[in-house]
Design a protein around this ligand. Structure first.
Ligand code: GLN
Length: 277
C-alpha cells in the first residue's frame, strides 16, 4: 500500500468513527510512524509502506477510532513552540492556554518569582522559564504522576524549575511571588459526562472543578493574596462562561485592576487581577 492509499483509507476509517479532522489526524499518525513531516509525507505519496509500518499505522488508527486523543497516541504536543511529552497523567496542553502564557510573559521580568499551580505537563512553567530565563519559576501539582511528567519535560527542555508535590499553596507556606498563574480544573461536575469523547481520556482530576466548576478559583482567590508581593499578579485560565463569576471571586478577595481576556475564538479565557499595593 502506498502512503497516498494509506492516508485515504485511514481518513475514511477515522471519519466513520466520528473523529473531527479525520484526514489531518491520519496524516499526523502516519507522518510520526515514518518520521517525516507532513509536507514530505504528501510529497512522497507514491512510496510503498513496509509491513511493519502498516502494522503500526493500523494499531494507531484503531486507538484513534476509539477516540483516544491524537496527542496521547503520538505522545507529544507543542506549547508555545516547545515540544512537550504527553500522557494520560496530565491534561493535553491547549492552544487557548497560550493566551494565559502570553499575558504572563507580558509582565514577567528578570529576577521576578513566578508560581504555576496545577502545572500538569509543566507547560506554563516551562514556557515561562524558557522565555524569561532570569525569572525564578516554581510549580506544583497534587498528582505525583503529573509531576513526574512535568519534571521530565523540564529536563528534556533544560528548563530550570523547582517542582513541588502538594495541594495548591500547601508546599509554599510563607513564600511570596510576583506572579501566580494557574489553569486549574474548572468543568462543573454535571458537565463532565457530556464532554467530547477525547476529553474523557484525560485525567478527571484535571477537569473536575467541583459542583459549580469554581471550587479551585474560590480557594486560589482566598489564598493567593498571602502568597503575592504587593501589586503582584494573579492570572487564571477560565471556562468560557466563567468571565463574570471568576472576576467577582477575585474582587471579593480584594484584588484590583481585574480584567478578562479572550481566546482565539473570542471567548472569555483569562482573568487577571493584582494584589493591592
Ligand atoms: N480546557 C479544558 C477543556 O475544555 C478544561 C481545562 C480545565 O479544566 N482546566 O476540556
Amino acid at each position: 500500500m502506498t502512503i497516498r492509499e494509506a492516508l485515504k483509507k485511514g481518513a475514511n476509517r477515522l471519519e466513520k468513527a466520528g473523529v473531527p479532522d479525520a484526514r489531518l489526524d491520519a496524516e499526523y499518525l502516519l507522518a510520526e510512524i515514518l518520521r517525516l513531516d507532513r509536507l514530505h509525507l504528501i510529497a512522497d505519496g507514491g512510496s510503498v509502506l513496509t509491513d511493519e509500518q502498516l502494522n503500526a499505522y493500523e494499531q494507531w488508527l484503531a486507538r484513534r477510532e476509539r477516540r483516544e486523543p491524537l496527542q496521547y497516541i503520538l505522545g507529544n504536543q507543542p506549547f508555545m513552540g516547545f515540544m512537550l511529552k504527553t500522557s494520560p497523567a496530565a491534561l493535553i496542553p491547549r492552544a487557548d492556554t497560550e493566551r494565559l502564557c502570553e499575558a504572563a510573559l507580558s509582565v514577567l521580568r528578570p529576577g521576578m518569582r513566578a508560581l504555576d499551580l496545577c502545572t500538569g505537563t509543566g507547560a506554563l512553567a516551562i514556557a515561562l522559564k524558557k522565555l524569561c530565563p532570569q525569572a525564578e519559576v516554581r510549580a506544583s501539582d497534587l498528582s505525583k504522576d503529573a509531576l513526574a511528567l512535568a519534571q521530565s519535560n523540564a529536563e528534556a527542555l533544560k528548563a530550570d524549575i523547582r517542582f513541588y508535590e502538594g495541594d495548591l499553596f500547601n508546599p509554599f507556606k510563607g513564600e511570596r511571588f510576583d506572579l501566580i498563574v494557574s489553569n486549574p480544573p474548572y468543568i462543573p461536575q454535571k458537565d463532565l459526562p457530556a464532554l467530547q469523547a477525547e476529553v474523557l481520556f484525560e485525567p478527571m482530576m484535571a477537569l473536575d472543578g467541583g459542583e459549580d466548576g469554581l471550587s479551585f478559583y474560590r480557594r486560589i482567590a482566598q489564598e493567593a493574596p498571602a502568597h503575592l508581593n504587593p501589586v503582584g499578579y494573579l492570572m487564571l485560565e477560565i471556562g468560557s462562561d466563567q468571565g463574570q463569576s471568576v472576576p467577582q471571586l477575585l474582587a471579593e478577595a480584594g484584588f484590583t485592576d481585574i480584567t478578562v481576556q479572550q481566546d482565539y475564538a473570542g471567548l472569555d479565557r483569562v482573568v487577571i487581577g493584582r494584589r493591592e499595593g
